[in-house]
Design a binder for this molecule. Structure first.
Ligand code: GUN
Ligand code: ZN
Length: 438
């Protein structure tokens, strides 16, 4: 029997969020927890899920049950915004967005012209995702088509569901990192034809951000989206105040930053805008009306001093949101660490982020932001079997804290605030174990 169609049976404590919700307060009622549960996968998808007492009678013949009695199993984490070529430049000192791009980011990305280099970093990057329990990500590559090939090939080795695209950038960047309106369109189109829907890979049209694309390039990006409506659009929006002022000066005829993207047909249900820290009212309305999504990237927003993202407003305005690490402005690949910082960003604004809401954003909510909630995000039958086995007591300090946990929610909150890659015991992708902690 080939490994692709094999069954896997996992026994342990399972936790997920059963349905998408319209308000944060509804999440509590959607929490599903089996103290002693069983998950059976078949051909990468969830075939059976429920309590062990029932499920043990549904076990296929000759399937070994992998038992995790001490861990907590949750759906795979979803990272809605990350740059794989920036893996090596995390922790670059001292600058805010625009200077950081010029000083550190562009010189790093130039190296991805070399396919061998791109392959090496892509491999490292995918391993790092798995090591952190992240099973799906929406990823920026560089301007070079070969950087996209390298990433999709690395993801294919694990049958990961990854969304990625070539950066489109035809001004305000070094010559070696620029395409043209025409070549950006042609190269992106060729990559869509090559990769979109191949296995679990999906393509994202990826204009870096409004300042690095001419109006002609944004128009060509919009043309491409109209030709391929089911591909994604992935870009940055309203991250930094100097950036916003620059966009307004470059596009005076548009009614603000988001209106630039909207004007060129780049908003919509598969459009994901990273950051959105400083959106104006009309922009929140446009995000809602177009069913566009936000990637909230707390470690990056704090690291670059960009500002405090108002998560509560996403509920008020009914705008989809997921969590992003935004490596390499972000300071951790890990979604527990990302939640830790997301919590503090809300505290600084007088708001609370509960453990279950955080779990929602990292799993089913993230899937919804990526328009993939029919395939990912929880343990519903028929969904793709991506999940992570969490160790709650990876250190003596964590063990001490967990012994005093009042209930599941408290235990989860402590894990989120104190946890990191040491807490990732194993990561399963499409029913197969893709990573086990050494
Ligand atoms: N805006 C345009 N490019 C980038 C990037 O690479 N990282 C971040 N954080 N913001 C951007
Ligand atoms: Zn980014």
């Amino acid at each position: 029997m080939s490994s692709v169609i094999a069954s896997t049976a996992i026994r342990g404590r399972f936790l997920d969020i059963q349905n998408t919700v319209a308000q944060a307060r509804e999440i509590h009622d959607q929490v599903r927890y089996f103290e002693d549960g069983l998950l059976i996968t078949q051909a990468g998808k969830i075939q059976w899920f429920g309590p062990w007492s029932e499920g043990q009678h549904h076990l296929p013949d000759q399937v070994d049950v992998q038992h995790y009695p001490d861990q907590l199993i949750v759906p795979g984490f979803i990272d809605t915004h990350i740059h794989y070529p920036q893996t090596e430049m995390m922790g670059a000192y001292g600058e805010q967005l625009l200077e950081w791009l010029d000083t550190y980011t562009f010189p790093t990305e130039i190296q991805f012209e070399d396919p061998a280099y791109a392959e090496q970093i892509a491999q490292f990057f995918v391993n790092e995702l798995l090591k952190n329990g992240t099973t799906t990500a929406l990823v920026f590559c560089t301007v070079h088509p070969q950087s996209v090939d390298a990433l999709f090939k690395a993801a294919e080795q694990h049958q990961m569901r990854l969304i990625a695209g070539k950066v489109m950038m035809d001004r305000h960047a070094p010559e070696a990192l620029c395409d043209t309106a025409e070549s950006g369109y042609n190269d992106s189109k060729a990559l869509i034809e090559k990769w979109h829907g191949k296995g679990r890979n999906l393509y994202a049209i990826t204009p870096r951000f409004a300042p690095t694309s001419t109006p002609e390039q944004l128009a060509r990006a919009g043309e491409l989206k109209a030709e391929y409506p089911d591909v994604y659009v992935h870009t940055h929006l309203s991250e930094n105040k100097n950036e916003i002022a620059w966009v307004k000066s470059l596009f005076p005829e548009q009614n603000g930053y988001l209106d630039v993207y909207h004007h060129y047909g780049l908003t919509g249900s598969r459009s994901v805008f990273a950051h959105c820290v400083h959106l104006e009212d009309a922009e929140w309305d446009c995000m809602h009306q177009t069913n566009s999504a936000i990637a909230f990237c707390p470690t990056s927003n704090l690291f670059l001093g960009s500002g405090l993202f108002p998560l509560k407003t996403t509920w008020e305005k009914q705008v989809k949101v997921g969590l992003g690490t935004d490596i390499g402005a972000g300071t951790s690949f890990n979604q527990l660490q990302t939640i830790n910082e997301a919590y503090k960003v809300q505290q600084l604004q007088g708001d609370k982020l509960s453990a279950f809401e955080a779990l929602y954003h990292a799993t089913l909510g993230g899937a919804k932001a990526l328009d993939l909630e029919d395939k990912l995000g929880n343990f519903d039958l028929g969904k793709e079997a991506d999940f992570v086995v969490l160790d709650l007591k990876a250190t003596a300090l964590q063990a001490l804290r967990q012994q005093r946990a009042k209930n599941l929610e408290d235990a989860l909150f402590a894990l989120m605030l104190m946890g990191d890659d040491r807490n990732i015991h194993a990561t399963y992708v499409f029913g197969q174990c893709a990573y086990v902690k050494a």
